[in-house]
Design a protein around this ligand. Sequence first.
Ligand code: SAH
Ligand code: SF4
Ligand code: F3S
Length: 475
Amino acid sequence: MSAPRYHLTSYGCQMNKLDSELVESRLRQRGYVAAASEAEADVVLLNTCSVRQHAEDRVWSKLGKLRQRKRGEPGLVVGVLGCMAQEHKRYLVSRMPHVDLVVGPSAFGDIDDTVEVARHKNARLAAERDPARTKHEVVGAGVVTVDQGKSGDTIRRDVRVRPHRSQAFVSVMRGCNMPCTYCIVPTTRGDEVSRPIADIVEETQRLCDDGVTEVTLLGQTVNAYGRDLTGQGATLARLLRALHEIPSLRRLAFITSHPNFLGPDLVDAIAELPKVARYLHLPAQSGSNTVLKAMRRGYTVERYFARVEQLLAKAPDVELHSDFIVGYPGETAADFDATVAFLQRVGFAQSYVFKYSPRPGTVAAELADDVPDAEKERRNQVLLVAQEALTVAKNRALVGRTVEVLVEGDSKVDGRFSGRTEHHRLVHFAATDRDLVGRYVPVRVTEALAHSVVGELLPENAAEAGAHDPAETHA
Ligand code: SAH
Ligand code: SF4
Ligand code: F3S
């Protein structure tokens, strides 16, 4: 019998994508192969997200299509993994008979066993199916579900499923203990659990031995890392210092930081460690104290700004990235104007803007979703335009300068490659040599676009100057 073919789609955040990588690695270790397309797969897995309604809608619609497909293909295995599996387990199990397995994000450690059980159940049911009694309910009887089990963090990464040869994500903590009123993540991902420093160092060392040079540490509140590991003195600052020792590691980033945990030890680590990326993803969510309080974010605009000033006093070349939610219940036009002013005052290099989406079961879902959708859309556009002006200005300031780019691969435009700077800025440049992928090269910026810059590749020997060149600094 030929090897079973799987197809897996990620619908969520970076952590969700990393989970997909771990799930795929485990399936391959079990002898599964990647199907060339979803239509050719024997096992179709959806790694899902619940953070906004839109993310869920995409999956519900996909599941509708898979229901059709399964009518003609009763042996097909359909699995819902991740945050929606956790959030909608009961509904999926009782109302969606074409779903064979439902696995929450903290139970990927044995995903291969779970898929095997579901597959053999289906094979047996398909064989038992009596063609004379086509109404016989056979498919979907007994869904395999696991929601609390081993996390996938211990799964050894398969090089073939890593999206980039030189870059990797490493999960340092799972879950979230914050009380943000609008957010579903603490429900779907559970309580904070940090991994011991030694485990993270070991995994990172192994990735570096496999050719990785840029590592991004992942956690929902990554700078609160370690607070559940009582008595071990584990903090993000300590972890960064430990990882910094790995000789072949060149860049070390971490997402996402919470403003409440940006303490002096972390500021010092960012300022002192040359391998640490020069951007900080520090979502503000709003620039209005009334809204921040309603969201229970635990800081004021003034406190956020003071923390940023402390950071920039020691590490002036760090750029800030943010997330904002517009149209939170009760957000007035004046609250929103304060958000625009705040964004401009901090001068973020990049922001994601989201329209508030009520999540059932959260505190905010009890409040009237009283900002009309057209107004949310307007605020969304206004904030994006304000952010774009800041981004373009920063990009323009780079024209004529040389930046060091880690080459990621083909750009969307033919004959161009793209990569990122230590500020996480996307750079496109003309080149044909595939060997450049995974290398650090000097590029002189020639043009500023809204979300990226274009430049020309310089001879490689200029790279040495590029490595710690303060050229790409923004005081
Ligand atoms: N842990 C991270 C991000 C979590 S989710 C943090 O605390 O910043 C990513 C982003 O989605 C959030 O920063 C927030 O801006 C947005 N988000 C979360 N819940 C949302 C909701 N109900 N509606 C709209 N956007 C939401
Ligand atoms: Fe959600 Fe807040 Fe936790 Fe971020 S910190 S994941 S927004 S609850
Ligand atoms: Fe979505 Fe779950 Fe990530 S809800 S944002 S996939 S943690």
